[in-house]
Design a protein around this ligand. Structure first.
Ligand SMILES: [Fe+2]
Length: 445
């Protein structure tokens, strides 16, 4: 998976989109919350008016219950008719109207009632009232329930009518229909409040945007500086060992380029290629710990010297393990001398036991050694080099890696073999930027 470099314009677009999305989500959340609260408040307000209307009405007919027994139903009906229009209706008419008012005795038997038979839902509501009868009989205090029919809320109330000694003598029961005007006015208020809240939340989120941008730029700059410092460490360490080994930096540069191209043709992921780059730079860093007499010996090493020379792998592991950032290099540093058939060192791993980065590096390293001029040899031709690599198929090299390399080797040879100039450095710099900078930096357009 190839990672794209983020440009400042892309970053701006992403940031604006994310900030806007967060703004919208937060605004919707608080808008919803406000809607819920405001709606409850509107209903509470209407309910309060209905209950106070009912109470006033009950108060006005209270003298009926302060007698030894209920008057005749006709007398109660007369009192009900007399008081209804001037009390309950008058109090709440802006919010709606009572479409049913009844006086019931203690057993919920009807003493008197007034019903607006012209009202469309009056029968359906009366049926609901009957369902509540049991609840009503148990009620010792104000009781109400809200119903909706065709989107219009109705409030059913039941209030106990108390005698002189606070005993329940009966009930006043009402059905109140909320007016369309009251409903619309309530919803208008809710909408206004909800939109204000959403607007404020969204604007506040957008106002935060410049601060986020500034902080991100600062953070990005710090991260770039940190990355530059880390990359310098990598180059300095690689260069230090190259100098000791009478080699040039160019060997490190070329093997890194070759290895990255092989990894790309095998479609390895970004993190693996990053560790391959670090490992390729530092593969022989452990040679710092090998004595000059052995490291720089012109002739063949004897067995004892060879054993000491091989220790450069464990020295290298000691070095890279000391740095969290360089630790990624352990696979190449620790296993670059392993061979596919298990004849290598330090651990004699076989096949896919050897990390893929080390198997790739082994091909790149031998290819570069063969195609480069050394004090003791001239460079081999491309064909000779590929023949030698082919001889190592399955014994030294992973056949899958070798196949991947064979398909790009001719181009790599033509472009970089034996090269030590600025073009090589620039090409490598581009590769490093591609694999490391996207993690850390926002590139100016
Ligand atoms: Fe080595």
């Amino acid at each position: 998976m190839k990672r794209k470099t983020i440009t400042l314009a892309t970053f701006h677009r992403h940031l604006v989109l994310r900030v806007a999305m967060v703004g919208i989500v937060v605004a919707l959340f608080f808008g919803g919350l406000t809607w819920y609260q405001q709606r409850a408040e509107v209903i509470d307000h209407i309910l309060e008016r209905v209950v106070s209307g009912t109470r006033l009405f009950n108060h006005r007919i209270g003298y009926l219950t302060h007698q030894p027994s209920w008057p005749e139903p006709e007398a109660v009906q007369t009192e009900l008719d007399r008081h209804l229009s001037e009390s309950a209706r008058g109090v709440v008419e802006r919010e709606g109207r009572f479409i049913y008012v009844a006086i019931l005795d203690r057993e919920a038997g009807l003493l008197a009632s007034q019903v607006d038979e012209t009202y469309p839902h009056v029968d359906a509501l009366r049926a609901r009232r009957d369902e509540l009868k049991a609840t009503l009989q148990a009620a010792r205090s104000d009781f109400y329930r809200i119903y909706r029919l065709d989107g219009i809320p109705y409030v059913l109330t039941a209030t106990p009518l108390l005698g002189m000694n606070r005993e329940v003598l009966g009930y006043a029961e009402t059905i109140f229909a909320v007016s369309e005007e009251a409903l619309q006015a309530g919803y208008r208020n809710i909408r206004r409040t909800v939109f204000s809240v959403m607007g404020i939340v969204f604007l506040t989120t957008l106002l935060i945007y410049p601060s986020i941008l500034t902080l991100t730029r600062r953070l990005s700059k710090l991260t770039i500086n940190l990355l530059d410092a880390n990359m310098e460490t990598l180059k300095v360490l690689g260069s230090a060992i190259a100098k000791r080994d009478s080699d040039t930096d160019a060997h490190n540069y070329r093997v890194t380029l070759y290895a990255v191209r092989i990894a790309e043709s095998l479609a390895l992921d970004n993190a693996t290629i990053q560790s391959l780059i670090k490992g390729a730079f530092l593969h022989d860093v452990g040679k710092i710990g090998v004595r000059d007499a052995i490291l720089l010996k012109p002739g063949r090493l004897d067995d004892r010297e060879y054993t000491i020379m091989k220790q450069h792998v464990s020295h290298g592991l000691d070095i890279v393990n000391r740095s969290r950032w360089l630790k990624d290099a352990v696979d190449v540093v620790g296993y670059h001398h392993e061979k596919y058939a298990g004849e290598g060192y330090n651990e004699g791993l076989q096949g896919e036991e050897i990390p893929i980065t080390a198997r790739i590096f082994a091909v790149a390293d031998v290819f570069d050694a063969l195609t480069s001029k050394r004090p003791y040899k001239d460079p081999f031709s491309y064909e000779e080099t590929m023949d030698i690599l082919e001889e190592g198929r399955r014994s030294h090299f992973d056949p899958r890696v070798l196949d991947a390399f064979a398909s790009i080797a001719q181009d790599l040879y033509a472009a970089f073999a034996g090269r030590e100039d600025q073009v090589l450095k620039d090409t490598l710099e581009t590769v490093i930027q591609r694999y490391f900078s996207a993690d850390a930096a926002i590139q100016p357009t």
